[in-house]
Design a protein around this ligand. Structure first.
Ligand code: KG4
Ligand code: ZN
Length: 348
């Protein structure tokens, strides 16, 4: 198995990529992001997402093949995300991959999107594979739909140590960003506004006492903390669920910065717990859309050097949803002979 075509359509991004298993090199990574389609609604609208997937999939897969300078005939296997995600969106990729595999007599490989994020950390900016990430390592994946810490034993062998009890970290950024009038997607805006006030922590939002002594992730309480902070200042009306007046930029910056500090601290205490509990951990990796955040990356880098663990995070194009991570997981699954049948279906 040399060339793997990876297809990702689990949410609001249509991604396709070609990975060369023999040379351990990514040949292309094409993406269409629907962010613009959803901004007016303040979040992803599933119906719009699946329709857009259908409109773009053909073009994005063709673009991945063209950029890789390979024809479809040269592809050996097709890896596609089949879980978890929005069912309508997932089905577009799965049906497309199945049809391609059937008509071209190619192998089919169903890939777990979360496994994609865990191993996306191996993808380097120059499209080669990072060779220095040791096993076992600790992997934090944080995005708009999921947030968890994994103990990673080998390629495809990992266990979830803790996952969020409620909202994902990216979801907390997105929801609070909407409340304070910064819009969707929240993460990049929160980071930009926090940078304006040098990432200071003004309001000390709730840190989860539980996370200091055990592995525990939860982010929905942060939204409540921010809301009550605004209510107490007469800036938010709980009856109408609206601001009583637009916030000035200084207030938005202070909230954004305090929020970023709270989320980072919650992660830090969980990472420390995991390092203490599993002394065999040699490195720490950080993936998912939230791993685009430079402030967090710098904090985690410092933490890792204090605990003598190496730190890895992929380039931003491999943090947010992409086809490359699916092609990469597909490549080692192919090497392990883990193929899917045509009964492959979408799973939430
Ligand atoms: O991985 P991803 O593209 O999609 C999901 O699988 O959910 O992640 C999108 C999430 C959004 O919630 C977005 O706000 C967050 O990643 N995000 C960030 C940053 N860039 C994107 N969060 C914090 N800081 C950023 N710079
Ligand atoms: Zn994702």
């Amino acid at each position: 198995m040399a060339l793997i075509l990876g297809i990702e359509t689990s949410c609001d991004e249509t991604g396709a990529a070609v990975f060369d298993s023999q040379r351990q090199k990514l040949l292309s990574n094409s993406l269409y992001s629907q962010i613009q389609l959803h901004t007016t609604y303040g979040g992803v609208v599933p119906e719009i997402a699946s329709r857009s997937q259908l409109e773009k999939i053909d073009e994005i897969v063709a673009s991945a093949l063209t950029k890789a300078h390979v024809s479809f005939a040269h592809i050996d296997a097709i890896a596609v995300t089949n879980r978890p995600g929005l069912v309508g969106s997932l089905l577009v990729g799965i049906c497309f991959a199945k049809a391609l595999a059937w008509s071209g007599k190619k192998k089919l490989i169903g890939v777990n999107h979360l496994e994609g994020h865990i191993f996306s950390t191996f993808l380097k900016k120059d499209y080669t594979v990072e060779e220095n990430i040791p096993f076992p390592h600790l992997s934090l994946t944080a995005s708009g739909g999921h947030t968890a810490l994994y103990l990673v034993h080998d390629f495809g062998k990992y266990e979830c140590l803790v996952q969020t009890e409620d909202d994902a970290a990216g979801e907390a950024f997105d929801k609070i960003s909407k409340v304070i009038g910064l819009g969707y997607p929240g993460g990049p805006k929160i980071e930009r506004f926090a940078a304006n006030v040098k990432f200071q922590d003004f309001y000390s939002y709730s840190r989860l006492k539980k996370a200091r002594t055990e592995l525990f992730l939860s982010f929905s309480g942060l939204k409540t903390s921010v809301l009550y902070h605004l209510v107490n200042q007469g800036l938010y009306d709980l009856q109408t669920s609206k601001l009583t007046q637009p916030l000035d930029q200084e207030m938005q910056e202070r909230i954004a910065s305090s929020l970023l500090n709270a989320v980072t601290d919650i992660f830090e205490s969980n990472i420390i717990q995991a390092f203490k509990r599993y002394p065999a951990i040699k490195a720490f990796t950080f993936g998912g859309g939230v791993a685009c955040n430079n402030y967090m990356k710098n904090r985690f880098k410092d933490l890792c050097s204090r605990y003598k663990k190496s730190f890895f995070a992929p380039a931003p194009e491999f943090c947010t949803d992409n086809g490359a991570m699916i092609a990469f997981v597909g490549s080692y699954k192919a090497a392990q002979g883990m193929f899917s049948t045509f009964s492959l279906d979408a799973e939430r």
